[in-house]
Design a binder for this molecule. Structure first.
Ligand code: HEC
Length: 201
């Protein structure tokens, strides 16, 4: 009897521990919406060229506090990327449906989940790319260099897009480049906006 109780407790404990581990692991959507997306937006919006009547000027943080605030965003991005590298759950975070599911061809949560499970190291490498770009941003912020932060921002964007293209966006066939015979059919190359052969009737 006593043995049964002990075994029962052990099983219950194992279930609780498993449930705990499961629920404490954020979904990809949670990581995107609470860490990766807002921090990247803050970094992208903090530096760049602005046009005004006086001409173009480069904008970047001015005060130590502003740089410090950016550091927090870079750290959030890095932490989000690290979490993402371990993320295995794809699906709604319970607050909102996945974004863009009504766009034709967008991969479903189940498909994305399967693709990640098929090769977790590949997904982790894509997350690592974001982490490295985030570290480049942190280094630029440390050195208070707006131009380096712009470069790091482009790297961050590249890391977002590469992963989204591989796992999330519709898998469309690449557009065909028209051959020279098709180009030759156009009467004049200098005509404004010649129709693309694929859309011409
Ligand atoms: C390692 C892969 C990976 C990287 C890197 C990545 N994402 Fe994502 N992201 C995904 C996947 C997979 C989805 C689709 C599933 C989902 O929406 O949860 C997604 C969805 C999103 C969504 C929609 C979330 C929702 O509500 O459904 C946003 C916004 C987003 N990503 C922003 C970003 C930005 C910004 C970056 C770069 C700073 C980035 N992501 C980098 C994998 C990645």
């Amino acid at each position: 009897m006593r043995k049964k109780v002990i075994i029962g407790t052990a099983i219950l404990g194992a279930i609780l521990v498993t449930a705990q581990a499961w629920s404490s692991q954020p979904t990809v959507q949670e990581i995107m919406d609470t860490r990766v997306d807002p921090s990247a937006d803050a970094l992208w919006g903090s530096v760049g060229w602005v046009e005004s009547r006086q001409g173009a000027s480069f904008r970047q943080p001015k005060t130590a506090q502003q740089w410090q605030a950016l550091r927090v965003h870079a750290e959030t991005l890095i932490a989000g990327a690290v979490l993402l590298g371990k993320a295995r759950q794809v699906g709604s975070n319970g607050y909102s449906a996945l974004a863009d599911t009504d766009t034709p061809g967008v991969r479903t949560a189940v498909q994305i989940q399967q693709d990640i499970a098929a090769d977790p190291a590949k997904f982790a490498a894509a997350a690592r790319r974001l982490e490295d770009a985030g570290r480049a941003a942190a280094a630029a912020i440390q050195g208070k260099s707006g131009t380096r932060l712009v470069e790091a921002g482009a790297r961050i964007d590249g890391a977002c897009e590469a992963c989204h293209a591989a796992y999330w966006y519709p898998r469309t066939a690449p557009l065909r480049l028209p051959g020279s015979a098709e180009y030759a059919r156009f009467p004049s190359r200098s005509a404004p906006n010649p129709p693309h052969p694929q859309f011409a009737n």
